[in-house]
Design a protein. Structure first.
Length: 430
C-alpha cells in the first residue's frame, strides 16, 4: 500500500475542513473513502475500528466536555467572567489592554471553562476594554485565542482536554514535566505572547488604526449592562476550587469540574435568575458539549480507521526507521495530527491512538512525552481551516485577512518556539 495515501488524505481532510465541512460529516465521509480506496471491508471497518475509536473517545472524555460547557455557561450568564475582567482591568489602569484580555481569558480557560464558551464570555469584555483604549478590533481575536490555546492549555496543571488525554493515555499526572513545562509552556510562552500583543498594539497605533465601531458592535456592547456584577472574589472561588481539587488534591478532572459547577450554582445563584433560567443555562451547556465532543470523536474515528490500513503501518515503520531525535519525533507527529484533525483535542486523540506505543518505546520518560506532545498539539491546530479560528473570527466579526495573522503568530509560531526550546532543554539533560 502506497504510504503517500496518508498525507494525501490528511491534506484532503484539511482542505474540506477549510471549505466548512462539518467534522460530524467529514469524519465518517473521509473514513468511508479511505476504506474504499484501501479495499477494506466497508461494513466491518465502519462498525469496527471507526465506531470503536469514536465511542472510546466519548466514553473517556464525555464528562470533561459536558461539565466544562455547563461551568462556562454559568460563568458567562451570571457575569462572573465579566466581574473578574472589570476587577483585573483596574490593576493596569488602561495599560497592557491586549495582554490583560489574554490573561483573563487564560485564567478562565485554566480554571476549566471550555475554550469555545470563553469566546462568547470574553468578546463583549474585550470590546469595552479596546474601545476605551482605542485599540483596533483586528487584534481582539489574537488576544482571546492566545489566552485559550497557549499557556492555559499546555502548561502543567491545566484541566484542558489535551492535557487530560495525555494523562489518561500515558498514565501521567496533570503536572507532568513540571519544571520544563512551567518554565517554557508557562512563563516564557506567556512573556512571548505578552510582548507580541504589546508590539502589535504599538504598530497599529503608529499607523493610525484604532477602534472602529458599527451598529452590531454598539448592540453587542449593550448586552448584560442591566445585570449586576457579582463580587470578583466570589466569581473566582469556583475557578480556584477546580484548580486546587485537580492539581493539589489530585481528584479526577470530572470530579473537580462537578465541584466547580455545584459551587458556582450555589455562590452565583441570584445572578443567574430563577430556576427556569438556571435550567436554560444547563440545557445550553449540555447541548453545546454534545456538539463539541461529537466533532472531535468523529475525527478520532477516522484516525482509528487510518491506523488499521497497511499504508499507516508502513508510515509508522518508516518514521521509526528514520534517524530522528525522539523528542522531535513526538513533537512532529503530534503537531501533524493536530493539523489533520483541525483541533488540539482531536489531534491528541489521533496521535495517542496511533502512536502511543511508539512513543513509549522511544526510551523517553512518559512525563516528557506528555508535555512535548501537548505543546506540539497546540501548534498546527491553529491553521486557517480549523473550527476554533473560524468560530472566533465570526464572533468577533473579523475576516481572515484582517485578523488571522495575529492568531497564527500567538497560537502557532510562539508555541512552535516554545516546544523547540523545551526539546533543547531536555536534550541538554535537564
Amino acid at each position: 500500500m502506497n504510504v503517500m495515501l496518508i498525507p494525501v488524505f490528511i491534506c484532503l481532510f484539511s482542505f474540506l475542513a477549510y471549505k466548512k465541512w462539518s467534522p460530524i460529516l467529514l469524519g465518517p465521509a473521509m473514513a468511508l473513502l479511505l476504506v474504499i480506496v484501501c479495499q477494506m471491508p466497508v461494513l466491518d471497518a465502519m462498525l469496527g475500528p471507526y465506531l470503536e475509536s469514536s465511542a472510546s473517545f466519548v466514553k473517556s472524555n464525555f464528562f470533561v466536555f459536558f461539565l466544562g460547557a455547563i461551568f462556562g455557561g454559568i460563568m458567562e450568564v451570571t457575569n462572573a467572567a465579566k466581574s473578574i475582567a472589570v476587577w483585573m482591568s483596574g490593576w493596569t489602569k488602561g495599560k497592557f489592554v491586549l495582554p490583560l484580555i489574554m490573561t483573563i481569558t487564560g485564567i478562565l480557560a485554566f480554571g476549566g471553562v471550555s475554550g469555545f464558551v470563553v469566546y462568547f464570555a470574553m468578546y463583549p469584555i474585550a470590546l469595552h476594554l479596546c474601545k476605551e483604549a482605542n485599540i483596533s478590533r483586528a487584534l481582539i481575536p489574537g488576544a482571546i485565542a492566545a489566552g485559550c490555546w497557549t499557556w492555559a492549555m499546555t502548561a502543567p496543571g491545566s484541566p484542558a482536554v489535551p492535557n487530560v488525554l495525555a494523562m489518561k493515555a500515558l498514565g501521567t499526572s496533570s503536572t507532568a514535566d513540571f519544571a520544563g513545562g512551567f518554565l517554557f509552556a508557562g512563563v516564557i510562552q506567556y512573556i512571548m505572547v505578552f510582548a507580541y500583543l504589546e508590539w502589535q498594539k504599538n504598530v497599529y497605533a503608529k499607523k493610525g488604526l484604532g477602534f472602529v465601531t458599527d451598529a452590531y458592535v454598539e448592540e453587542e456592547m449593550k448586552k448584560g449592562q442591566d445585570k449586576a456584577l457579582p463580587n470578583p472574589v466570589l466569581a473566582l472561588v469556583p475557578l480556584l476550587v477546580i484548580i486546587v481539587l485537580f492539581n493539589v488534591l489530585h481528584l479526577a478532572v470530572e470530579m473537580a469540574l462537578l465541584a466547580g459547577v455545584l459551587l458556582g450554582m450555589i455562590l452565583l445563584w441570584k445572578y443567574g435568575g430563577n430556576a427556569g433560567e438556571w435550567l436554560q443555562i444547563c440545557n445550553k451547556g449540555a447541548n453545546n458539549s454534545a456538539t463539541v465532543i461529537l466533532n472531535t470523536a468523529m475525527v478520532v474515528g477516522f484516525a482509528g480507521v487510518m491506523k488499521e490500513t497497511a499504508a499507516f503501518s508502513a508510515l509508522v515503520d518508516g518514521l521509526g526507521s528514520i534517524s530522528m531525535n525522539p523528542l522531535i519525533y513526538v513533537a512532529v507527529t503530534s503537531g501533524l495530527c493536530s493539523a489533520a484533525a483541525a483541533s488540539a483535542s482531536g489531534g491528541m486523540g489521533v496521535a495517542l491512538e496511533a502512536f502511543k506505543d511508539t512513543y513509549l518505546s522511544l526510551g523517553i520518560a512518559p512525563e516528557v512525552i506528555h508535555r512535548i506532545a501537548v505543546i506540539a498539539g497546540g501548534t498546527f491546530d491553529s491553521l486557517p481551516h480549523t473550527g476554533g479560528q473560524i468560530t472566533l473570527l465570526n464572533i468577533c466579526r473579523q475576516s481572515h485577512k484582517e485578523a488571522y495573522i495575529h492568531m497564527f503568530m500567538t497560537e502557532c509560531v510562539i508555541p512552535l518556539i516554545t516546544v523547540a526550546l523545551l526539546i533543547v532543554w531536555h536534550s541538554l539533560g535537564f
